[in-house]
Design a protein around this ligand. Structure first.
Ligand code: NAG
Ligand code: NAG
Ligand code: NAG
Ligand code: NAG
Ligand code: NAG
Ligand code: NAG
Length: 849
């Protein structure tokens, strides 16, 4: 608007000035010509040149007249002629060759003008050309997007795949399809209602206009709660990147439908079914009949799942299942479309396999063997028969009962033994065992579950009475010296006791036990079954510093009890002293890692932690730090106190990790290290800065225009920036906030001229403590083409800004003499040289305009 008014004023002023100054016409003409020539000159040779083929560009919609180019020529050419698609819009001044567009062009009407230019001699005959002049019209954004329908409606199923389009909107724009002006970007402006959260349930593809559900929509949409939504969808041109783009909005009505596609309830199947297979167990259903179904295991496994799904969604089990092999199955069923693409998330089918009693009890041993002494007392426990059942633990199906069926031989009595039905433990029931009568008894034990029974065999060996005690070869094995670093399992010593009872029975077998001197079971003694030899091994790590000497008392006993009247005496005991020798070990820290947290503003010397290590051998320890790359910390070598040695800075490093080293003060100098992890906590110690420090406005300035700039702050807290304008330009601008890190600057004075303004701006982050900084925002007020500052190349705009215009009208009047002087002087000097130079001869000047 402003521009247009100005053009009019300019034209009127030009004409009236010409009339007013008629008597003194020459100098005025010179002035105006110079004004234009000054423009032509400003652009140097790019906008002026000899007759030739030319391709020029003109922005559409610009109020004329516009001076596109100035063709220079020499005799024999005296004037120019322009023909072709001039459409009464384009002309050339015949004598001085200025190509002018008189009226605004319209790209949508015509985007290219093809013209021919000829050089004519004094008689009007062509002596040069024709040359081809092509004027390309540059599109400006003068068409808003238009939707192809006035409103849209669509349907979506609950739990649809997020991001899978269920409908499209389409808009078009009449502007140049090769330019940003017709490039559309779709977005959702509002969602009505937003029932639960501020989260959007729908999204739109900014390029294709495809509408789909968001992750939140896929999770939360529920037709029972809300089944109608209206979206206000916007199409913006200029790819939605500019705040000056045109936007058109439309309503999209969406109905949410129930989703039939859901996981069926858990299936309970009896194992080992005798019904015909495959057997129908459950059903799944996609929302329309077109889908295909596919079964998919949850995890990769070589075992093939015994299930299938058919194309109507019925799920089958293909064979009888065995609970004892696998009691639970869970797998996915996919709904896929014709192309094999997933229609939605898969549903889960879970199958629980119920136990039936289909496993008989099983004896744990083919023959269970017990021993009993000849003189065993009635009631004594002889042993326990063990059997198992694979059916479900804790159910009746696996409950076992024991019963004695038969004893062989039945001499001297039957029923010498008794078995407890619940546990299977066998006891001596009657006294009277005699090795002369029978050395072995064989029992048949029946084990039953509710449906099955099994018979287990038991052998009971009658052994000699245990009336001899084990006697050690040596009553003292002396001393043994071993280093503390010998490993667990190392054999230290072999010891031997002998027993005169019947060999290879519980009466003669020997068990070695350490009865004194080893409270922590540091050692263990195993018996060689054949030779009754005892092997002493290290059972737990040795440590000289905790125990340097073990004074062991070792007893030898039999598994079978001794007969009445016989007792173990000191011949069944022996001694062994074990001395552990020291091996120098590294110091040990009391903590495996030190983790501390400090504010970044702590003063130098602040205590951070105190390292504490000890040496097992008791050597003194000295501390040091490693990997202290920034030298932020120091450690007192004696006390281990760690303190800050320099100011910390979270913005440089928020987690500082060093190693604390403890070294023993000995010849070996053994050392060890642990980590110190220092988390540096943020303090507001950085002022804000401009992340984007240059903005531009198109000249002339328009009311209500604003430009966005970006501010940032390295600290972590969420800054709340406030802005204060200062300096000479303060009154020409106002600042308004956009979001967290963005703000807008807008001009208050629309008459600002074309130049770069340094707007001084104080930004405060309102933190604790508040930090502020004065920054310079560079505001470039420039002439634009395509929303960018335009550097003139071949399209000089003859119309200066108001300020410049006044400047030129007043200023040029004053300096005209000087300029003319220089021009004439130059001409004077270069009279015969360079006739076609940049400067223009007075004769030409006169005829311009
Ligand atoms: C469209 O969206 C994508 C990502 O969502 C973004 O990277 C791109 O800049 C957007 N394009 C337009 C034209 O808005
Ligand atoms: C199924 O049950 C029968 C007895 O009912 C049994 O013999 C068979 O071993 C069982 N099969 C499986 C796989 O458990
Ligand atoms: C046994 O263990 C306790 C607790 O760990 C320890 O204090 C003691 O010194 C140990 N004694 C020996 C002899 O290893
Ligand atoms: C070892 O223990 C035995 C008996 O407990 C005792 O007689 C003997 O003096 C002890 N020896 C040492 C060195 O302590
Ligand atoms: C221990 O008892 C056995 C017989 O049972 C006997 O031969 C031996 O001398 C006894 N030892 C001592 C030290 O009394
Ligand atoms: C360090 O910053 C914290 C938090 O902003 C503040 O409370 C404290 O007083 C500051 N300390 C020093 C030494 O500046």
């Amino acid at each position: 608007m402003l521009g247009r008014q100005f053009h009019k004023i300019n034209r009127i002023r030009r004409e009236s000035l010409i009339k007013m100054f008629k008597p003194n016409g020459l100098s005025l003409l010179c002035l105006l010509s110079l004004h234009q020539v000054a423009y032509l000159l400003k652009d140097k040779l790019q906008s002026t040149g000899p007759l030739d083929n030319k391709v020029l560009s003109v922005e559409e919609g610009k109020m004329g007249p516009q001076y596109l180019y100035r063709f220079t020529f020499q005799p024999p050419t005296y004037s120019l002629r322009l023909t072709g698609e001039i459409d009464n819009l384009i002309e050339i001044t015949p004598k001085d060759g200025v190509l002018i567009v008189n009226e605004p062009l319209d790209w949508e009407n015509k985007s290219t003008y093809r013209l021919q230019l000829e050089g004519l001699n004094q008689n009007g005959n062509r002596v040069q050309g024709p040359y081809s002049i092509i004027i390309n019209v540059i599109d400006i954004n003068d068409n808003p997007p238009q939707f192809n329908k006035s409103s849209y409606s669509g349907e979506v199923r609950q739990h649809s795949l997020p991001g899978k389009p269920f409908m499209y909107v389409t808009a078009f724009d009449r502007d140049d399809p090769s330019s940003l002006n017709s490039q559309l970007s779709y977005s959702i402006l509002h969602q009505f209602p937003s029932p639960f959260t501020t989260e959007m349930f729908f999204q739109i593809d900014n390029v294709t206009g495809a509408i789909s559900t968001t992750l939140s929509g896929a999770e939360n949409l529920n037709p029972d709660i809300q089944d109608k939504f209206t979206l206000e969808v916007v199409a913006k041109d200029k790819a939605g990147q500019s705040k000056d783009s045109f936007a058109t909005s439309t309503d999209v009505k969406i109905t949410v439908l129930e989703n039939l596609w859901k996981s069926p309830p858990e299936v309970i199947l009896m194992e080992n079914s005798t019904k015909p297979h495959p057997m129908n167990i459950t059903h799944v259903q996609w929302n329309d009949p077109s889908a295909k179904y596919e079964l998919q295991p949850k995890e990769k496994s070589s075992i093939k799942l015994p299930f299938t799904v058919d194309q109507s969604g019925t799920v089958y089990v293909t064979e009888p299942l065995d609970r004892e092999e696998k009691d639970y199955y869970s797998f996915y069923i996919l709904a896929i479309d014709e192309e094999g693409d997933k229609l939605a998330y898969p549903v889960t089918v879970s199958v629980h396999v119920e136990d039936i009693n289909d496993n008989p009890p099983v004896c744990d041993h083919v023959m269970t063997k017990f021993e009993v002494q000849e003189n065993e007392v009635a009631g004594n426990l002889i042993g326990t028969v063990s059997a198992s059942d694979r059916d479900k633990k804790g159910s009746f199906n696996s409950r076992l009962r024991f019963r004695l069926l038969e004893q062989t031989p039945k001499i001297p009595l039957d029923n010498l033994f008794r078995i407890e039905s619940g546990t299977g433990s066998v006891h001596l029931f009657k006294m009277g065992l005699n090795r002369q009568v029978a050395t072995n008894y064989f029992l048949k034990v029946e084990v039953t579950d509710p449906d099955f029974s099994t018979v287990c065999d038991v052998q009971i060996h009658v052994i000699d009475i245990n009336d001899k005690i084990p006697i050690f070869e040596k009553s003292d094995y002396g001393t043994l010296t071993i280093p503390e670093d010998w490993g667990i399992g190392t054999i230290l010593k072999k010891i031997q006791a002998t027993d005169a009872d019947e060999p290879f029975t519980g009466s003669s077998q020997i068990i070695y036990t350490i009865t004194k001197g080893d409270p922590n079971n540091t050692f263990i003694i195993l018996t060689d079954k054949k030779t009754n030899m005892g092997v002493i091994k290290i059972n737990k790590a040795l440590d000289f510093e905790t125990a340097a000497m073990y004074n062991l008392t070792i007893n030898a006993t039999n598994p079978e009890p001794l007969v009445a009247g016989v007792k173990y005496n000191s011949s069944s005991s022996t001694f062994l002293q074990i001395y552990v020798t020291n091996v120098d070990e590294a110091p040990v820290f009391r903590q495996s890692v030190y983790i501390v947290e400090k504010y970044e503003n702590v003063t130098v010397g602040t205590n951070v932690a105190t390292a504490e290590a000890y040496d097992p051998e008791g050597y003194t320890i000295r501390y040091s730090l490693r990997k202290n790359n920034r030298n932020w910390l120091e450690i007192d070598p004696v006390s281990g106190r760690i303190y800050t040695a320099a100011p910390l800075d979270r913005e440089i490093q928020h987690t500082y990790i060093v190693e604390i080293v403890a070294t023993e003060q000995s010849e070996a100098s053994k050392s060890c290290a642990v980590q110190l992890i220092l988390h540096v906590t943020d303090v507001n110690d950085n002022p804000p800065y401009l992340a984007k420090s240059t903005v531009f406005f198109c000249h002339p300035l328009q009311k209500g225009e604003s430009a966005e700039f970006e501010v940032d702050d390295p600290d972590t807290h969420l800054p709340v920036f406030t802005y204060t304008l200062s300096g000479e330009h303060a009154n020409n601008w106002i600042i308004s906030k956009a979001d967290g890190k963005h703000a807008y600057i807008s001009p208050t004075n629309l008459n600002l001229e074309e130049k770069i303004y340094n707007v001084s701006l104080k930004i405060n982050d309102n933190g604790r403590p508040p930090m502020e900084r004065v920054v310079n925002l560079k505001v470039n007020v420039c002439r634009c083409v395509d929303e960018r500052c335009f550097i003139e190349i071949e399209n000089p705009n003859p119309f200066p800004t108001v300020g410049v215009a006044v400047g030129i009208l007043v200023g040029v009047l004053l300096v005209i003499g000087v300029i003319l002087g220089i021009v004439f002087l130059n001409l004077e000097r270069k009279k015969k040289k360079e006739q076609s130079a940049v400067a223009i001869r007075p004769s030409e000047l006169r005829t311009l305009t």
